[in-house]
Design a protein around this ligand. Structure first.
Ligand code: ZN
Length: 241
């Protein structure tokens, strides 16, 4: 079984399409999305439609909930808030209903998906240190946990304590024990690499692979400017921050 794990798309259709092209070439059985389909980018409706059509598992991110009116926008910085208001102005009621119905946590036999740290994903805390990962490990009931939110790819092994792995040389996964990982961001990477990021999980081969793909950043930037969204949202895409 091969899983694609991806998220933090943020309305960047060019990046999403590049990722899905790469995934089709890899041969994937199931799509797992860790949330934030919209916010920041100029194609929220299109990104919702594309993710829905994949028929995979999807959880809600904080931007999804805010656009759907389920989270207070005062929690967001001014640029994110402006983008959310613009996003709300273009979403249809069907889009909003879809976002409203996304769960905060979703599970398969082996995998749990959530946007932010467990046990209270509704607080939208980052998981960016082994200490914070340890709390999520302590309540994880499946072998794998995938999350988003920070837009920075990380992989933690859970035993005997949370350990951060080197993404450049991810070893084969141990036969037992838990793994908690962030696939990075499709539509607004923040680790200094502007390429779209995602993870591939191959259960039989016990491999977790981080992939990066180039996409036409200028095209996504031009759409953001044309939509009248804050210019910084276009600029940061080229920097990967
Ligand atoms: Zn996000």
């Amino acid at each position: 079984m091969r899983y694609a794990v991806f998220g933090d798309i943020h309305g960047n259709l060019e990046a999403l399409q590049a990722v899905l092209r790469a995934l089709r070439a890899e041969g994937v059985d199931r799509y797992l999305c860790v949330g934030d389909l919209i916010g920041y980018g100029a194609d929220p409706r299109e990104c919702i439609a594309v993710v829905r059509a994949l028929g995979g598992l999807v959880v809600a991110g904080n931007h999804d909930l805010a656009a759907a009116g389920l989270l207070d926008m005062q929690e967001f910085n001014p640029v994110a808030r402006e983008a959310l208001l613009w996003t709300q102005s273009v979403l249809t009621s069907e889009d909003v209903t879809y976002l409203r119905e996304l769960p905060l946590v979703a599970r398969t036999d082996a995998i749990t998906l959530f946007h932010a740290a467990l046990p209270q994903p509704e607080l939208f805390e980052y998981i960016d240190t082994p200490q914070k990962a340890a709390l999520t490990f302590s309540v994880l009931r499946t072998r794998f946990g995938f999350f988003g939110h920070s837009h920075v790819p990380v992989v933690f092994l859970g035993r005997p304590e949370a350990v951060l792995l080197d993404l450049e040389e991810l070893p084969p996964l141990p036969a037992t024990g838990t793994v908690v990982a962030n696939p990075g961001s499709v539509g607004q990477p923040r680790d200094g690499d502007p390429r779209a990021a995602f993870l591939l999980l191959d259960l039989e081969e016990r491999r977790l692979l981080l992939r990066r793909v180039r996409y036409p950043v200028e095209r996504a930037q031009a759409k953001i400017r044309r939509a009248g969204l804050p210019p910084v949202l276009a600029q940061r895409l080229a920097l990967g921050y």
